[in-house]
Design a protein around this ligand. Structure first.
Ligand SMILES: *[C@@H]1O[C@H](CO)[C@@H](O)[C@H](O)[C@H]1NC(C)=O
Ligand SMILES: *[C@@H]1O[C@H](CO)[C@@H](O)[C@H](O)[C@H]1NC(C)=O
Length: 361
């Protein structure tokens, strides 16, 4: 009796705090449960009532490691009852604990101090065209790669009104702590514009490239690109591509397609026709651009309504999907940026029907 009472006392005093401290950071699913990875397709603003929030430009389709198909989210991005907000909440809850957690919030259209004036535009092009959130404790963390302008806020979850109009992509991956060093390397190549960051002192020596990134250094010398294999906590393999501004070529033509050895369709922001990339019709692995997209039961839309940076292999036997940073425009030759790819047939099967039409040689 005394023993069990002592045991309970011990548990209450010591075990509970230990459990809280070691709670593992990672992606959270639509029910706020741990999930190894998920993808989202934020829909452009379309008035067809097909899914909740679509008329407001805040609707998204969601799929994760435990699902076989994209499902419209019953809660839109304005509220915080959905995977992206649940995932980011770990950063908001813990960002003040600067000796326990490291984070990088970066966006070429920063959530703060971006007034869209000429001065801001001139400053922005010196940096990579890249958007994301890295948040890690020693027990692991997540990398949220996305294309949402002026998102997320460094202070509290709020959906960015700038992100309403166009289609956008989201990829969240849960990692053990050891993978942070490689993510730091990719950011060192990409030269992201950072608007909130911290590197816990106990993580500095193990993450030298991340330490450089946070002291405003970036990769200048050759090589001008880095391709690294990443593995999620659950064992899913990903390939991360990063280029520096000195790469001076299209990421997809010159790095992603030749490395994966597959032809690609690429959906990116290509507004200015005098700035688009001429098709390289003699390439061993042809890269073409999406013209129209259709997601789920929602009305189809043109690439001019889509700001997602989404790539699909055209070979079902090499079922790659990539989500990334940079557009297929000549203006992006001289920008850092990258993409993260996953080879997974069930994901490919869901994305393939979305690419309705594309240009051709
Ligand atoms: C990288 O590009 C910049 C700007 O074009 C140029 O000044 C610099 O010499 C290049 N660096 C290398 C190592 O090629
Ligand atoms: C379109 O691209 C061309 C070529 O790079 C550039 O000169 C022009 O300023 C761009 N126009 C707009 C509206 O961005």
């Amino acid at each position: 009796m005394l023993n069990s009472a002592a045991c309970i006392y011990f548990l209450a005093l010591f075990a509970l705090p230990i459990i809280i401290v070691s709670a593992k950071i990672g992606c959270k699913d639509q029910n706020n449960n741990d999930v190894d990875w998920y993808v989202g397709y934020k829909m452009p603003q379309i008035n067809d009532n097909s899914i909740p929030g679509i008329g407001e430009g805040a609707a998204f389709y969601y799929m994760d490691v435990n699902m076989d198909s994209f499902v419209p989210s019953s809660n839109d991005l304005f509220g915080n009852q959905q995977a992206i907000a649940y995932t980011l909440q770990q950063y908001y809850d813990n960002k003040a604990l600067k000796s326990d957690f490291s984070y990088v919030l970066y966006n070429d259209e920063e959530a703060v101090n971006d007034n869209d004036n000429d001065e801001d535009e001139a400053r922005k092009i010196l940096y990579g065209h890249t958007k994301g959130v890295v948040f890690f404790g020693k027990s692991g963390g997540f990398w949220l790669i996305h294309s949402l302008p002026k998102f997320p806020s460094p202070d509290a979850y709020v959906f960015a009104t700038n992100a309403k109009k166009n289609g956008q992509s989201i990829l969240c991956i849960t990692f053990e702590y050891d993978e942070l060093t490689k993510i730091g390397t990719q950011l060192y190549y990409n030269h992201p514009p950072i608007y909130a960051s911290n590197l816990a002192p106990s993580m500095e020596s193990e993450n030298p490239d991340l330490a450089k990134v946070l002291s405003k250094q970036y990769k200048i010398s050759s090589p001008f690109s880095s391709t690294l294999n990443l593995q999620s906590r659950g064992g899913q393999k990903f390939i991360s591509f990063a280029k520096t501004a000195n790469f001076s070529l299209d990421l997809y033509n010159s790095l992603v397609a030749p490395t994966l050895q597959v032809p690609l369709y690429v959906e990116t922001w290509r507004q200015n026709s005098s700035n688009t990339i001429p098709l390289d019709c003699k390439a061993k692995y042809l890269v073409l651009d999406a013209i129209t997209m259709k997601v789920g039961k929602t009305t189809e839309f043109k690439h001019t309504k889509d700001h997602s940076k989404l790539v699909i292999s055209t070979n079902p036997n090499k079922p790659f999907i990539c989500i990334g940073d940079i557009n297929r425009m000549q203006s992006q030759y001289k920008r850092g940026g990258g993409a993260v790819c996953i080879e997974l047939k069930k994901l490919w099967d869901n994305y393939w029907p979305m690419f309705l039409t594309h240009n051709s040689c």
